[in-house]
Write a protein that binds this ligand. Structure first.
Ligand code: MLC
Ligand code: AMP
Length: 505
């Protein structure tokens, strides 16, 4: 029987010569393909030795490192389910994810071991390991004692490979369940669609706890047997320095904006490059044009989400149109739906709905929520609003979900508003997204005090900082007499967006 484990497909794409370099890091380390093979085997054997139940989740909140990436691959290899967590998450957020996902293994950095292990032990999880970005920690100590021979565990296409938490417009985060088949189909399609070829070298500069860095970039390089230049953190000068050795770069729009601010970014610096891919947030036409002018390269913009991996892409050959996210990828169906469930024709604006082998298996332990998000004929409702022009190019013009995308990270106003509303003296609040030159969009909190109470905006921000991941913190907070409401009593966020729209631009 064929092994449909995603890792088996990635492993099969390793070059014949396992001594070639697979990963080069920004601190001068080199990993061969043989190193990847052996280290994933040892880590997979460690997981196996824990005798975890089938389908166990391995929750990981660690700084970006090659070893963290190897842990992801080892989790696939061992047949368990990877649960990546942003390092910015604070204890309240972590407690929620751990309670909700009930992982069997938790891996955290040494500096967080105290509070993370307390949450884990409190939830009855005893397998808590540490892993730091300097190749130390109990995980590697234990793995070093394991064999470097491991047979890749058999998985079916629809067996779970990862759970990615994505926030909801109401309530808490939902775990999007992605299968081995979801991710493998996407990786294979992108390999062809983006023309991956022998000799490609990827600069990997994104975090590895979300779809873009963990799946699109990593799987892209691995399934092509391509070397990666691995940066622990995005640093525009370092990227510039590495461009002459690379051919492919992927980033959220903020990365392109920051690179454009570097005087050294020019045609010569990019002369070895084959492809620049952008996504996760809208790429401004201004950035698209400036990039073309400065580098001679046309950024290829694509669109995806945690629940679906990649959905659409501008073409590799053919016109890449700024302001659009291109065409539905092969095998993916995209349609635009009107309010009454009517399918819309070219140019009409409506909800983007999608279907395909890449679309997730549902939200973890939320069958009702899952059902709500699919149409009767099996299309997933993305919550994005868009249109398809007469040439088939898809544009995203807005979102029906109340979501702010800041520097490529999603911020759900409902979550921040709930925290603010819980604070003493606060009657109500609204968080709106406003344009920002660096992050694209940032949150601004507008707060109303209870009668007779005085609330301090700085205090509100300070309390939020102690509760939430840093990228969710509003960049400004205003205390006002009342929030604008329509005749139905609903807060008119559009008016607030207009009022505060020029704060940063
Ligand atoms: C950092 N800060 C942010 C922020 N990132 N604020 C708003 N939005 C963000 N994205 C703030 C911090 O809170 C901190 O504020 C200050 O900036 C410095 O923090 P930092 O960690 O040093 O920031 P920096 O390293 O400059 O990070 C910026 C960034 C990073 C753009 C490099 O945000 C990033 O890597 N973004 C990529 C996210 C990503 O991979 N998304 C893909 C999702 S997948 P203070 O006040 O505390 O100092 C997806 C699907 C798809 O969407 O289609 O791909
Ligand atoms: P996430 O839940 O982090 O996976 O974010 C997915 C969301 O990011 C999508 O639903 C879109 O709203 C947004 N997104 C991704 N790519 C693009 C893009 N190229 N342009 C505009 N929005 C995008």
């Amino acid at each position: 029987m064929k092994n449909n484990n995603l890792f088996a497909a990635l492993r099969a794409a390793f070059p014949d010569n396992l001594d070639e370099i697979a990963v080069e890091t920004d601190n001068g380390l080199f990993y061969s393909w043989r190193d990847l093979e052996r280290a994933t085997a040892m880590l997979a054997n460690l997981l196996k030795s824990l005798q975890l139940p089938a389908g166990s989740r391995v929750a990981v909140q660690v700084d970006k490192s090659v070893e963290a990436m190897l842990l992801y691959l080892a989790t696939l290899r061992a047949g368990y389910v990877f649960l990546p967590l942003n390092t910015a998450y604070q204890s309240g957020e972590m407690a929620y994810f751990i309670a909700n996902a009930e992982p069997a293994v938790v891996v955290c950095s040494r500096k967080n071991f105290g509070w993370v292990s307390k949450i884990a032990f409190g939830a009855g999880i005893w397998n808590v390991f540490t892993l730091d970005d300097d190749r130390t920690g109990s995980l590697l100590d234990r793995a070093a004692q394991c064999s470097d021979q491991h047979e890749i565990v058999h998985r079916q296409s629809d067996d779970l490979a990862a759970i990615l938490y994505t926030s909801g417009t109401t309530g808490r985060s939902k775990g999007a369940m992605l299968s081995h088949g979801n991710m493998l189909s996407n990786a294979q399609v992108l390999k062809d669609y983006w023309g991956w070829r022998a000799g490609d070298v990827l600069i990997h500069a994104l975090p590895i706890f979300h779809v873009h860095g963990l799946f699109v970039a990593l799987h892209g390089a691995l399934i092509n047997g391509s070397k990666m230049i691995w940066l622990g953190k995005f640093d525009p000068q370092l990227v510039l320095q590495k461009l002459p050795e690379a051919t492919v770069f992927m980033g959220v729009p903020t990365l392109y904006v920051r690179l454009l601010a570097e005087p050294g970014l020019n045609r010569e610096a990019c002369s070895n490059m084959r492809l620049f891919v952008a996504g996760s947030a809208p790429l401004l036409l201004e950035t698209f044009n400036a990039w073309q002018e400065r580098t001679g390269h046309t950024i290829l913009e694509r669109y995806g989400m945690s629940e679906t991996a990649m959905l659409t892409s501008n073409p590799y050959e053919g016109e890449r149109r700024g302001g659009t996210v291109g065409f539905a990828l092969p095998g993916v169906s995209v349609r635009i739906h009107g309010d009454a469930g009517r399918a819309l024709s070219a140019g009409e604006i409506g909800g983007i709905e999608v279907k395909g082998p890449n679309v997730f298996q549902g939200y973890w332990r939320m069958p009702e929520k899952t059902k709500e998000e699919f149409s009767a004929d099996g299309f997933f409702k993305t919550g994005d609003v868009g249109k398809i022009d007469d040439r088939g190019y898809i544009s995203i013009v807005g979102r029906s979900k109340d979501l702010i995308i800041s520097g490529g990270y999603n911020v759900y106003p409902a979550e921040i508003e709930a925290c603010v509303n819980d604070m003493q003296g606060v009657a109500e609040s609204a968080l709106v997204g406003v344009p920002h030159p660096d992050f694209g969009e940032v949150g601004v909190a507008v707060v109303v005090a209870r009668p007779g109470s005085v609330v301090n905006p700085d205090q509100i921000l300070a309390v939020l900082k102690s509760q939430l991941a840093n990228f969710k913190i509003p960049k400004k907070c205003f205390v006002v007499e009342e929030l604008p409401r329509n005749t139905m009593g609903k807060v008119q966020k559009n008016l607030l967006r207009e009022q505060y729209g020029a704060l940063f631009v």
